[in-house]
Design a protein around this ligand. Structure first.
Ligand code: ATP
Length: 295
């Protein structure tokens, strides 16, 4: 079983009537991989997830754990867990009753309640839950029964920092045991700490699919630089034809020039106060990738 992909999409296109929402999506998820499906609002993230779960009309092939998914045959999804849009929670049942509807194993369920710190409200009716509480219950349902693949649509929505960290840890632990994850977000930095691969989607098309280490090379192209004498630094950069953008109290430079800059400033006696990669900005990366594609 180890060599079988947890998920495989071959040339998948999704339709509503004649409108194409996802075009020719092809990618795979191996056991233990955590894929960040990243893209702006309306890019098609939820649509891809619904397609994988056999909830949309599609062309092409979706294979989960070696078995094909069809719009009207979901058997391949036996060992799949999912949280899509609004968690499927019955408001007039308590949290624990909701979990019990799906749980095969009491111990597994108790562990999830404890790890997600839901004990204090798990016996209350779900209709009184906050957004974050519902979200955690939805995540717990998706993680029940040791799934081989878990699909989470914007799982961090409504979670406070402590819960976000807990969920990240849980995802990491499950993936260490071989569970594969496909997790969507429109905030790149939210998944940066946990994902192993990035799939960028824009306008219904997959525009990039890279290991995180490779992706970070693209996303950290620019650096934020502060020196003790920015005025002099600017003069030095101009003299040595180093491209930079001057802001009020700092300069922006390219990653490729970093070593040269450090040497030059050292030789000229200008002390560096700070040098930081600019935060990866999803919009900028998407624009960069699209521009490179167009040549
Ligand atoms: N049932 C539908 N009928 C027609 N268009 C739809 C339908 N569902 C989604 N769309 C359209 O498909 C596109 C992709 O929507 P989708 O919900 O997959 O995006 P998303 O990447 O999940 O966005 P968000 O980050 O806002 O959740 C959008 O333009 C949306 O308006």
């Amino acid at each position: 079983m180890k060599n079988i992909n947890a998920l495989q999409l071959d040339n998948v296109s999704t339709f509503v009537g004649k409108t194409v929402l996802v075009k020719n999506a092809t990618f795979e998820v191996k056991p233990g991989e955590i894929i960040g499906l990243i893209g702006p609002n309306g890019a098609g993230k939820t649509t891809i997830m619904k397609t994988i779960l056999g909830l949309m009309k599609f062309k092409g092939k979706v294979v989960v754990n070696g078995r094909e998914v069809y719009e009207n045959d979901h058997q391949a999804l036996d060992k799949a867990g999912a949280l899509i849009e609004h968690p499927a929670i019955y408001p007039f049942l308590t949290g624990i009753q909701n979990l019990t509807l799906y749980a095969h194993d009491q111990k597994d369920m108790a562990n999830l309640i404890s790890e997600l710190q839901m004990s204090s409200y798990i016996n209350n009716k779900a209709k009184g839950y906050s957004l974050g509480m519902k979200q955690k219950l939805g995540i717990a349902i998706a993680l029940l029964n040791q799934p081989q693949i878990v699909i989470l649509d914007e799982p961090m929505n409504g979670l406070d920092i402590e819960s976000t960290i807990k969920v990240r840890k849980l995802i990491k632990r499950y993936s260490d045991q071989g569970t594969a994850f496909l997790i969507s977000s429109h905030i790149l930095s939210e998944l940066q700490k946990v994902m192993t691969r990035v799939v960028l989607i824009s306008g219904g098309q997959i525009i990039l699919n890279k290991e995180v280490a490779e992706f970070e090379k693209i996303s950290h192209q620019k650096y934020h630089l502060t020196t003790e004498n920015n005025k002099l630094a600017k003069k030095i950069f101009a003299a040595y034809q180093i491209t930079f953008k001057a802001k009020e109290n700092y300069l922006i430079v390219s990653q490729k020039d970093i070593y040269k800059i450090e040497d030059l400033l050292f030789n000229e006696g200008v002390h560096l106060k700070e040098i930081l990669p600019l935060e990866a900005n999803l919009e900028r990366i998407v624009v960069d990738v699209l521009e490179k594609k167009r040549g």
